[in-house]
Design a protein around this ligand. Structure first.
Ligand SMILES: NC(=O)c1ccc[n+]([C@@H]2O[C@H](COP(=O)([O-])OP(=O)(O)OC[C@H]3O[C@@H](n4cnc5c(N)ncnc54)[C@H](O)[C@@H]3O)[C@@H](O)[C@H]2O)c1
Ligand SMILES: [Zn+2]
Length: 349
């Protein structure tokens, strides 16, 4: 299956296939690549390094392996990449491959846009979150000690290659983390995906997994194509994220995963919106039931008073207040700006 992201400035294919990992060599040859810099993390390389080495054996390639985890998105690691690529004589005619989850994709993409003012890169995402979310849309970033993704830009990959079989080795918690983004995609724009998730048995079989990935990608494709730089409609992807980010900060990024925080954020914002008469009655209960079935948490136990300081720091706030993405009913959402002075009341309902 092939989807194409069509933008004013670029267009690129997303190929989704099981066993795509055995086509890497052929596809790189078709693209005319001969010199390749590949970036990954130690967990992914331990699992798939041998396979990848076999795919790359006919090319001149350079490998950088980082320690797994969010801390890899650092300026120190950018320097590591720039030095390795300089030593390798990487040029704009060559190719970079980001092989791993969202951490590797964001870091590698940010290095690729800056090195020599932009070297082409391919995303080979290996987590569910990166397959349905971070590998497409062009957002690339690194962290500062003061916060996540504070230094970043938009830079699209030349191609995205998704092999759903990579997900078989994911730890359950990492898999569920990505499921929160799939649920989000259903909530905001795809009623059939939402229903499919409700009707499915868990753990999901491989053909169902393929289908939900494809559907979630179509949602993201649509929003990215209509609003590349996230000035308007793309912001509905933040459903559950305003409160989710606040919960992540509150829990010092260790108490909950991103997806767990987003799951609780989706429930919280839907409950508040329902209480404020913006959402069809019963929507929150249905969403909670779905998240329970998947095994994601729905209640944080954190009091709103404690969360407020993190909420008002949200990157997406406007001068007047906070723009919340709200699911009106499954598959339909809208942006709703809540004035600063009304935020506490709105979220306490
Ligand atoms: N650019 C965007 O639009 C965007 C969107 C959402 C999230 N993000 C970013 O993505 C990052 C999170 O991505 P993530 O959830 O993929 O985390 P991650 O890259 O840290 O991967 C999670 C864990 O899974 C391991 N792993 C990866 N693939 C595996 C596999 N196939 N089998 C077994 N283990 C595997 C990794 O080593 C890591 O320990 C965050 O930094 C976030 O800011 C970016
Ligand atoms: Zn997210």
């Amino acid at each position: 299956m092939k989807l194409t992201i069509n933008l004013a400035t670029a267009s690129y294919p997303i190929i989704i296939e099981s066993a795509l990992r055995y086509q890497i060599k052929t596809r790189l040859i078709q693209m005319g690549c001969n010199k390749i810099a590949i970036v990954t993390d130690a967990t992914v390389w331990a699992l798939y390094g041998e396979l990848m080495r076999a795919e790359l054996e006919d090319f001149e390639y350079e490998l950088t392996v980082f320690s797994p985890g969010e801390n890899a998105k650092s300026h120190e690691n950018l320097m590591v990449l720039y030095r390795n690529w300089l030593d390798f004589d990487l040029s704009r005619k060559d190719m970079v491959i980001a092989f791993g989850g969202g951490v590797i994709g964001d870091l590698t993409g940010y290095a690729a846009v800056n090195f020599m003012r932009g070297v082409p890169f391919i995303q080979i995402p290996t987590t569910l979150l990166s397959q349905v979310d971070s590998s497409i849309g062009g957002k690339v970033a690194v962290n500062l000690p003061e916060g996540k993704n504070l230094i970043g830009t938009f830079y699209h990959p030349n191609e995205v290659w998704i092999d759903t079989d990579f997900l078989q080795s994911l730890p359950e918690r990492v898999f569920k983390d990505g499921m929160a983004e799939v649920v989000k995609a259903g909530c905001i724009m795809d009623r059939n995906l939402y229903q499919l998730l409700i009707d499915s048995e868990y753990p999901l079989g491989s053909s169902m997994l393929y289908e939900i990935i494809e559907r979630a990608l179509i949602v993201k494709k649509h929003l990215v194509e209509n609003d590349e730089k996230e000035m308007g409609v793309r912001k509905i992807l933040n459903f559950g994220h305003t409160i989710g980010h606040a919960l992540e900060s509150y829990g010092a990024y260790s108490r909950w995963t991103h997806g767990e925080a987003v799951a609780m954020g989706m429930v919280w914002v839907t409950k508040s919106a329902e209480g404020n008469g913006l959402v069809q009655k019963g929507t929150t209960d249905d969403l909670k039931a779905l998240l329970h079935k998947i095994g994601l948490p729905t209640e944080s136990g954190v009091a709103l008073e404690e969360l407020m300081q993190w909420l008002v720091r949200d990157k997406k706030k406007t001068s007047r207040g906070i723009e919340l993405s709200i699911m009106h009913q499954p598959g339909e959402s809208f942006l709703h700006e809540v004035p600063k002075e009304d935020l506490y009341r709105f979220l306490s309902v």
